[in-house]
Each structure stands twice: as structure tokens, then as C-alpha cells.
Design a protein around this ligand. Structure first.
Ligand SMILES: Cc1cc2nc3c(=O)[nH]c(=O)nc-3n(C[C@H](O)[C@H](O)[C@H](O)COP(=O)(O)OP(=O)(O)OC[C@H]3O[C@@H](n4cnc5c(N)ncnc54)[C@H](O)[C@@H]3O)c2cc1C
Ligand code: FES
Length: 244
């Protein structure tokens, strides 16, 4: 874990209540896709965890949805403003287990960490497919960015206003054979993917957190191998260890 001041390069609206922020700073401690940063915000006691969406040298990309005080404060910031971040948090995804044709499944703000994961899998010669799930057309973001990676992309919306109507699992039948799943999203979505997928997989949990670095047990969850802290032993858990 490393604590550093990052300078905002850009902060733009991507979709309904969803913003993309790029920041410049010391990213050397970020080692894996699926890791997160913890953002300090003025007047708030607890930092807010946000997944690493992309990394390019010293430029870090975060995508966040405005749901409360902290993310609202972030949405009001602009170029040149600074943020205090803890970086290199969480275990992240393990690429070695992906097989040749992994399936990446993201729901809402679970989509961002899959972008860096897709880039890293492609760099290793793998052929990922992505399923991006949203509630409605106005919520869709990063479809073009995923398509620009030259991979197969399916978009689902719960209300059918764009792409395939339904949940991410409704797109599974459109995908060819896959070797492993990598998913991130709300817990009901993760459970549905867990039940519907026929392969091993890695599931990233966006649990509510306290400290974010393993000290408070505020994010403890039960697994087949005992209690784990989502912030430090996760947020990514293997299919075989999850207890619902
Ligand atoms: C490992 C991890 C990675 C995450 N990555 C992202 C990301 O890339 N983009 C993104 O937009 N969000 C992400 N989140 C969720 C994000 O941390 C919360 O939305 C944020 O902390 C809310 O802060 P707030 O002050 O705006 O809202 P608050 O005022 O704290 O809460 C407002 C509402 O949001 C709910 N909420 C707060 N925290 C969470 C949470 N962790 N999960 C679900 N609901 C929550 C509260 O129950 C409440 O209803 C991630 C969470 C974790 C644990
Ligand atoms: S949030 Fe403190 S141990 Fe995980």
C-alpha cells in the first residue's frame, strides 16, 4: 500500500451519474487489474474505494457513479485539483487461470476493473469476450472502449432499451465456449453468474469497507477457508471458496 497525492487531469461525465476521472501520480504500487484505490475526501472520515479502470504509466483512470456525499464531491472536482489516494489495495485478478478464451462479466460500476483486465489478457495473447450489463440505455458506458480492443462485446440492459434485454446471464447463450469467468458487480449479479457459468471463475466483491487495508475487519466475510477480509484478501475471490 502506498499513500500519495494525485493531480486530476480530467473529470468528465460518461453516462447517467457516471464520471471518468484521470489522475497523474505515482502508480508504481498498482500491480494487478482488479485492485482498487482508496480516496480521501474532505469532511469524510472513511476513504471511498474505487477500482482501477486503466493505467498508462503515471496516468490512472477511475470510473465512479455518484451515489452519495463522497462521489458527489469527486464529481465537482476538476483539472489541477488534487486527491490523496492509497494505491495498490486488494489482491486483484489472477491472469494465469484464465485459459485461452476467458469471459469478462461486469455489471454497472463493476465494468471498470474489467477494462484493464481485458487489456492485460490481450497482451498475454488471450481472446477475452466481454458482457457489460446495465439497467437502461442511459447507463451504458465504455462499450466503445471495449470494442476498440477488438474483442467480442455484448451489452445487456435490464429494461431492454439497448442491446440484449435482460441481465448479464441472458447474454451467456450468445457467447461461444469460454475457459474461465472474471466478474465484478452487485452481489445478486455475481451469484447469478456463479450459478449459470460452467467453468471456474474469479468474482470481485464491492463490499462496504472501513479502513480498506486490512486493519479493522469491517469487511470480513465467510469463505470455505475461513473468514477473509474483502479489502485485503479480496476483493477477488475464487469460485471454489465462495459461501453465499
Ligand atoms: C473494492 C471496491 C471497488 C469499488 N469500485 C468502484 C468503482 O470502480 N466505481 C464506483 O462507482 N464504485 C465503486 N465502488 C463502490 C464505491 O466505493 C461506493 O459507491 C462509494 O464508496 C460511495 O461513497 P459515497 O460517499 O458517494 O456514498 P455514501 O454516502 O457512503 O453511500 C451512499 C449510498 O451508496 C451505498 N454504498 C456505499 N458504499 C458502497 C459500496 N462499497 N458498495 C455498494 N454500495 C455502497 C450506501 O449504502 C448508500 O446507499 C467500489 C467499492 C469497493 C469495495
Ligand atoms: S475494511 Fe478494514 S479490514 Fe477490510
Amino acid at each position: 500500500m502506498k499513500k500519495d497525492i494525485f493531480t486530476i487531469e480530467s473529470n468528465e461525465k460518461l453516462a447517467q451519474d457516471v464520471f471518468k476521472m484521470t489522475l497523474e501520480g505515482d502508480t508504481s504500487n498498482i500491480t494487478a487489474s482488479g485492485q482498487f484505490v482508496n480516496v480521501e475526501l474532505e469532511g469524510l472520515y472513511l476513504r471511498r474505494p474505487i477500482s482501477v479502470c486503466d493505467l498508462d504509466g503515471s496516468i490512472l483512470t477511475l470510473i465512479y457513479k455518484v451515489v452519495g456525499k463522497g462521489t458527489l464531491q469527486m464529481s465537482h472536482m476538476g483539472k489541477g485539483d488534487t486527491l490523496d489516494l492509497l494505491t495498490g489495495l486488494g489482491n486483484g485478478y489472477t491472469l494465469e487461470k484464465s485459459g485461452v478464451a476467458p469471459l469478462l462479466i461486469g455489471g454497472g460500476v463493476g465494468v471498470p476493473p474489467l477494462y484493464l483486465l481485458a487489456k492485460r489478457l490481450i497482451a498475454e495473447g488471450k481472446k477475452p469476450t466481454a458482457i457489460l450489463g446495465f439497467n437502461s440505455k442511459g447507463d451504458v458506458f465504455y462499450e466503445d472502449e471495449f470494442r476498440a480492443l477488438d474483442i467480442e462485446v455484448f451489452v445487456t440492459t435490464a429494461d431492454g432499451s439497448y442491446g440484449i434485454k435482460g441481465f448479464v446471464t441472458d447474454a451467456l447463450r450468445n457467447c461461444g465456449a469460454y475457459s474461465h469467468t472474471f466478474s465484478c458487480g452487485p452481489e445478486p449479479m455475481l451469484k447469478a453468474v456463479y450459478d449459470a457459468s460452467g467453468t471456474d471463475g474469479q468474482f470481485s466483491f464491492e463490499e462496504r469497507m472501513g479502513c480498506g487495508f486490512g486493519a479493522c475487519m469491517g469487511c470480513s466475510c465467510k469463505t470455505k477457508y475461513g473468514n477473509k477480509r474483502i479489502c485485503k484478501d479480496g476483493p477477488v475471490l475464487e469460485k471454489g471458496e465462495i459461501v453465499w
